[in-house]
Design a protein around this ligand. Sequence first.
Ligand code: F6R
Length: 596
Amino acid sequence: MCGIVGAIAERNVSPILLSGLKRLEYRGYDSAGIAVINEHQLFRERSQGKVAALEAKVIASDLKGSLGIAHTRWATHGVPHERNAHPHMSGTIAVVHNGIIENYQELKSKLSVGYSFESETDTEVIAHLIHSMRNDSETLFATVQKAITYLEGAFSIAVIDSNLPGELVAARKGTPLVIGMGLGENFIASDPFALLPVTNQFIYLEDFDCIRLTCTSIEILDKSGHIIERPTKNLYATDDAADKGLYKHYMQKEIFEQPKALSETLQGRLKVNLATLMGCDTHLSSKIEAVQINACGTSYHAGLVAKYWFESIGIACHVEVASEYRYRESVTPQNTLFISISQSGETLDTIEALKLAKQKPFLGYLAITNSPDSAITRESNWTILTHAGREIGVASTKAFTTQLTVLLALVDALSQHSNAAISEALTSLPFYSEAMLAMDETIQKMSKEFSESTSALFVARGILYPIAMEGALKLKEISYIHAESYPAGELKHGPLALVDKNMPVIAVVTENALTDKMIANLEEINARDGCLYIFKERRVQQKIGFGHEIELPDMPEITSPILVSIALQLFSYHVACEKGTDVDQPRNLAKSVTVE
Ligand code: F6R
């Protein structure tokens, strides 16, 4: 998704801005741009494609300045093209913007008398709006404060004016923005990760905050225009995450980091009660009769797995995609805990669903996230962090398995009779995840055989069905191969019509109450000549005898969704490598989806 970096210093800020953009590349984007002010003149370079292309232009034109803003764009309004890339300019003003201005058409028609528009973006409207409101008797800061009251939607913006080479103005509503504090220099970014090479001191802005930065001062005005101080936070994240080490891709590195991520997520969370796990009131545990989970994408799949776990201990669980929940009438059963799951903690649909839920009579609001200072954390009563470490690959891997781990620890804490089987399975999870990763080469061989396919069905039963959904999502995301998932028992109700020798079916068979039924479903596929790729747990006694088969190590049934998902991540990863796609930044996708 779009990324913002801005800097004001007594040195050339172009390298800082470019390095910031590179650190935001993982979020997904299609074009990039930069504008700096040098001796009261505005200079801009923009480029479609990678930041490296922009960097080449910046070097060629020797673009330098001590005040600047930069942006990676993920197209919403207007195709990915240089003319639509930010910064957008109007006279002496340049603007970068994350989010969507919902009333941009209305503003555009008002501004069309006097301004000509060069792009199809909603952002250009902001530049012209600010320019049209600028007058000598008012500061840029005051103008921007006024201008944002005309903007509907969610946005973070940063504005510079070549008449004012000593100040950077920015504002946020609904999408993230932080100030990075330096010594005699200050910065802004949509994600603090962009600024870690220059500072580790950050101020997280709140909705409607409007700020003015100089080299030595920071002014923050809140919604009502009052000067306000926001807390400063130190971020001690190491730079490790930005280094692929010996791995070919971040995604591969992150898949292999899972044993560590799982064990860090489990630290201090085994055999604990709800109050210790969530930091909540000791009485909450006995009150919870149901949970409502809201999330998007992979995080939604984590919720679907958790439904099986919650309901196995008698707690009703409803799971919904956040973008659906927020636009429908829903009933809130009594004594229900609302849970938001989000790796980034910044997914707009999930945040908005949470805001809506806060108007309903839930028992309280729990966030499960990988981002301690995110909007979802701030909106929730309690947070359980997944200690996955930074996930850079757009396709979620370790964030997903750590979400599942937290959800199972939550079920364990809620379980009335402290479930020994859950605790034991969780304790051994990092060990079993190592065993699954040892399957890498075997899985790579199978993925080679599969990689020419143009379509695939993923099938499983019971608690592994959401893992089949996640397997299909992962495959389509990074290999661009069309994939769908079905509960295997559902095939005969329609999808079986698709099955012939050209239809690969990826199936998961583990030892559980449904093993025989699952194998019978595979027989049905085989009888129609379906091309089966079977992931089968070693201890399953029944011989299958058809299709391509991989034997997975034995695993505890309760943690099998977490472990099998690692095997399917490796499968998709290797297929994508065979196809030569951009594994870490797949086309059209973004890491953190801060627009509707
Ligand atoms: C898929 C993937 C996405 C995210 C979804 C929600 O690999 O990463 O489907 O899971 O965009 O993101 P978060 O968890 O940050 O709310």
